[in-house]
Ligand binder design. Structure first.
Ligand code: 4AD
Ligand code: MG
Length: 431
């Protein structure tokens, strides 16, 4: 008998097939028994009926519990009333293992309980669909860069040079060489690589010892970063805009089934079209103060501020040229106002806020030395980074997109914890 996956079941109508998977749910009405069966690619209704299913296999139904692993075989027919639109009449049922007392039952559970059982919670439909959307987002971005000739550069996870700032570092002793840090970003290494390849990107886990508990922060998250030589901030924003429109279109096309299952209203996603709004930090502060925010010129935008701002617009917005003291050391000073830097954050609509941080990089050797010192960072570990400003320095820019925040936005989720298979937060290291 042909073995297949439920995702391909439509090609096997009228044939006998074998499916390997798990019992999602089951019910019985006398002589007919139903299994909602899942195999990792979808769900199908499997029917056991007296007279149709051999006696011995029919009897096995009584042993089945939620998440028992089973192998079933039988003919497939279309059944519009069943989940997924198809149905199997079971002619053979093999029990691989009977699962006992599966902890996640169809009743309501607290989030804490579900997170503690994340290794099992992954099997629930909602979680299944979220990770399928995540998969498409990542694939879209890889494809976007590949099609445009960007070279993937794998940047190190263990680093000696602080990438973003000293306040959120995870550190470890590195043999006799002193402290090593878990990478907060791959950017500094991308800057080196873009001087060789012109257009580069990286995609990897990044780490921030975020000591506050917020719905927008994880201690380990995945970031896609790009870096381009001879690119200024305005063109950097063009690039981000173009990439994001590509990703949203891809997800709407390839993951619509999952968005529907998540009950994501796709109307707001349909208006993610170029051009995005671009407002200066100064304007943003004025608008926010007008809307009752306590923000003062000089502060970074808080999560609340971003929420207020994005609710004023129907599509993503760039906020550019922040005060230098609110941002990282590597950003290029604004020649028109040295108190600000040439940077932009991209805020996602519907209250989601920052999903991308980007900037033009300081390409002047002396200004960069001064910036490193102003941030009280040691100069020596940045020797190699400063070299890039000595040997053919050019204007260059890039950005980093937080994968989990993008997943949260596109799926319409309030919290980052469900956007990554195993979330790492202040209070969670298991499972
Ligand atoms: O704004 P950030 O800190 O920028 C950088 O790391 C730059 N080096 C990127 C670059 O220019 N190459 O982080 C970029 C994005 C944020 O916009 C956010 O989406 C995400 O990374 N992010 C986090 N996501 C989850 N948890 C955290 N603790 C995050 N910190 C940043
Ligand atoms: Mg940022």
């Amino acid at each position: 008998m042909t073995e297949c996956y439920i995702e391909d079941i439509g090609k096997h109508v009228g044939e006998q097939v074998t499916l390997k998977g798990w019992v999602y749910n089951s019910r019985s009405s006398g002589k007919v028994k139903f299994i909602i069966f899942r195999d990792g690619t979808g769900m199908i209704q499997a029917v056991l009926a007296k007279g149709e299913t051999p006696e011995e296999d029919f009897a096995k139904f009584d042993q089945l519990t939620q998440e028992s692993s089973i192998i079933i075989s039988g003919p497939i027919k279309e059944e519009p009333r069943a989940e997924g639109g198809y149905e199997m009449m079971v002619k053979k049922l093999e029990i691989v293992q009977v699962s006992t007392d599966y902890p996640i039952t169809p009743k309501e559970h607290s989030t804490g309980f579900l997170m503690a059982n994340r290794h099992l919670w992954l099997r629930s439909t909602r979680q299944y669909h979220i990770l399928r959307v995540r998969n498409e987002i990542i694939q879209a971005i890889r494809q976007y860069f590949y099609e445009r000739g960007y070279v993937l550069i794998d940047t190190p996870i263990l680093t000696g040079s602080i990438g973003e700032g000293a306040s959120t570092l995870f550190e470890t002793q590195y043999f006799d060489l002193g402290k090593a840090y878990l990478a907060q970003t791959g950017q500094l290494y991308l800057e080196a690589a873009c001087m060789s390849h012109g257009k580069v990107y990286c995609f990897g886990p990044t780490f921030r010892a975020e000591k506050s508990k917020t719905r927008r922060h994880l201690t380990e998250f995945w970031m896609i970063e790009a870096e381009v030589a001879y690119l200024d901030l305005a063109c950097d924003m063009d690039l981000q805009e173009d990439m994001l429109c590509y990703v949203v279109e891809w997800v709407l096309e390839k993951a619509s089934e999952h968005l529907v299952a998540l009950e994501r209203d796709v109307m707001p996603l349909l208006s993610v079209k170029k051009p995005f709004h671009r407002i200066s930090y100064d304007e943003a502060v004025q608008k926010l103060q007008g809307a009752g925010s306590q923000i003062q010129w000089g502060n970074d935008l808080g999560g609340e501020d971003e929420t207020i701002l994005t609710k004023m617009y129907d599509r993503p917005i760039f906020v550019y040229n922040y005060p230098r003291d609110a941002k990282a050391f590597y950003m290029k000073r604004n020649p028109e106002n040295p108190k600000t830097v040439l940077c932009a954050d991209l805020l996602a609509p519907e209250g989601y806020g920052e999903i991308i941080g980007g900037s033009q990089r300081e390409d002047n050797y002396d200004y960069l030395v001064e910036a490193i010192q102003r941030y009280n960072l040691p100069l020596e570990p940045f020797g190699w980074y400063l070299d890039l400003r000595k040997y053919g320095s050019v204007p260059h820019s890039g950005f980093g997109l937080g994968v989990e925040r993008t997943v949260a936005w596109l799926c319409g989720l309030p919290h980052l914890r469900e956007t990554i298979p195993f979330a790492r937060t202040l209070y969670r290291l298991y499972p």
